[in-house]
Design a protein around this ligand. Sequence first.
Ligand code: 5AD
Ligand code: SF4
Length: 471
Amino acid sequence: MKQNKTPAVSQGEILRQKNIIKSINSAFSSDGKIRKAFVETYGCQQNVSDSEVICGMLTDMGYIMTDSKEDADLILYNTCAVRENAELKVFGNLGALKHLKAKKEDLVICVCGCMMQQKDIQEQIKRKYRHVSLVFGTHSLYRFPELLSTVLFDGKRVFDISEDGVIAEELPISRQEGPCAWVSIMYGCNNFCTYCIVPHVRGRERSRDKNIILEEIRTLAAEGYKEITLLGQNVNSYGNDLEENIDFADLLSMVHEVEGIERIRFMTSHPKDISDKLIETMARLPKVCKQLHLPIQAGNNEVLRIMNRRYTKEAYLEKIAKIKEKMPGITLTSDIIVGFPGETNEQFLDTLDILEKVRYDTIFSFIYSRRPGTPAAKMEDVISPEDKKNNFNRLLEVQDRISKEINDGYVGRTEKVLVEGKSKTNPDTLAGRTEGGKIVNFTGDESVIGTFVDLKITESRTWSLVGELIK
Ligand code: 5AD
Ligand code: SF4
């Protein structure tokens, strides 16, 4: 029998953190002062999910959430390390907070997340950003109450970079409004793609116990959530580290049994690990949305090899063909990196070829960003930055055309949409998603937020659709 490889944080330790939350709360209520917290999140959904835990803890401590930094007594940035520009933004933001701290001595500035799991970054903040009081990495999230309490009551600056590699359960969580919830099923990554910092800052794969996941989803259903997205860097390896014999397809079937949850999505899937069993399970289960994010990263086999992706273009296309055959009309999306070190202009053409062959609904594309400490950081470029930019623009052009062509095909169709809330771009309209995850904007009464509606698609854009309520 396999042994669970991942230690769980003991219930005693979680209780200790919860007691610290309580003591912060009573200290705050004793002076009757209202304290506000501003939390900003960078990066992927895992960070958004971590921030929901941070906000849950802060709320239990007695903080009220605010959108205004000027009003805040505590400012926290949850950071991303995947690309350099996200890191530069954080440094810029921290620099700009100096004057706020000068005006408000009690202001507590915290920074956490992937970027803070890097020693040299912590050192830099310690030396150059002396107005920052608390820095902690992804592994210490569950100890936030204790770390913050040291800052608040002992007046110390705290820098924590422990690498526990544990799973912490039953932490408070304050989710975003709406009918959709994110549920982490695992943390970390074992894949070590040569460009990627994630395994270095989030540690090895750690799967959550299925009973705890299912209980969380049942509670969400009872609270009225209708859609859940199962989250992990590579959900396809769920269970590999567990004593129990269970894989992601098994978990999906179990989640499907939860009454009240009507749509299930998941991300991200590594192409090398997507099994026939998973494809068949997805196709069989009606609540599992026919939408798949399957990042290819590049189209050339030599580039894929140096990226350590462990599949070829041909193997990837074979999987896509199987997926399309079992689930006709499935929405497919991908991540693409342009300008990986050593990629030639000719090799890049294979990436364009992939776009034409797969015809993704959308792609998330990035120009390669050098991440110190990863193997690719030492590799040499063979094309100029201008060539990279040109290739990137060509990629966007090709994909925009394909996205628009696919979306045009929706006009005239009726789509069942789960209404998530007001549209982010136009607050006079509502927005929801189709089963395939496409955003549809439409005019309607706010009372339909959180429900399913049938919409007739009247217009298509590159990134979204416009619809009309069918009475
Ligand atoms: N540079 C550019 N993009 C990157 N990604 C990961 N690391 C890098 C990097 N160093 C992209 C990959 C991944 C997505 C989340 O971010 O495409 O799938
Ligand atoms: Fe990074 Fe690759 Fe792991 Fe994705 S699978 S998080 S790209 S190392």
